[in-house]
Design a protein around this ligand. Sequence first.
Ligand SMILES: [Fe+2]
Length: 285
Amino acid sequence: MNFKQIHSEILEIYKNNLRYEFKENIQEIEFDIDIENLRKEIFDIIIKGDHGFNSVALKTKKIKGSYQWEDDENRQMLYDMSFNHLESGGDAIIDDELFSSESNTAWHPLLSEDSYVKKLTNSLEEFSGVNISQVVLSWMLPNTHQAMHMDFETLRFHVPLMTNNDVWFLQDKKSHFMEYGKLYHLSTISNHAVANYGITPRLHLIFSTYLGLDIQDKLKKLGTLDITEENIFSSVANGGFDKYSLSQLTKIYASKKNQTLSNLHNKDCDRKWIKTLTAINKKSR
Ligand SMILES: [Fe+2]
């Protein structure tokens, strides 16, 4: 079983369970949102909760016995499939609790009983036919980006609460733009990245979804696939990456190794990419 097969099986399950037509990995969905009401509630929570520009969970799962409202970045990393797997021998970081059920989730303590976010979440579940496990507020400050990655969550809904024309969402070799106040779905098990090159922050309300146990098993498989040429190496195929260019890269890297590369690269990637290339080269021989 390779990545593509599992990926398409998962999408098939979603397509069969969704109550609207799935057309594309990123898709605008016709759905009425009272954006004024929504953003008032959101900004109130951010300010009253003193969350600053941290990501905030409005609905989240109990992890290690407690609810964590502010993101410490680890939550995102749990879902990310990065090249780290090359070093860890292909073990994916998938936690059963991440897919767990309603009984294990709670709403942010500052949300009222008749909260609009709660109503919106319920009507979105009703409309779409999928369950919503997490609702998160995610900031992206000017001149920041998220590296290319995939998330082990299959499908998410996004509502831009603040955006600008220089926010770029990249998927399927295309750039997509999500408009303020509209609803979109994203299929997040295909590689994507986002950057805010604008001068204002971006703020999205993001709904994570889950279906039944069968999809959970497939997601686990997806996370523990062997790093094979077919699954990973296609990203470097035909790109002039071979034994020769690797040896040249290694020389260049060694000659400049005392210089900081962190301003050029994502902070997690700055020292890893040569290791990654070396591992790919070894495995593809
Ligand atoms: Fe993502």
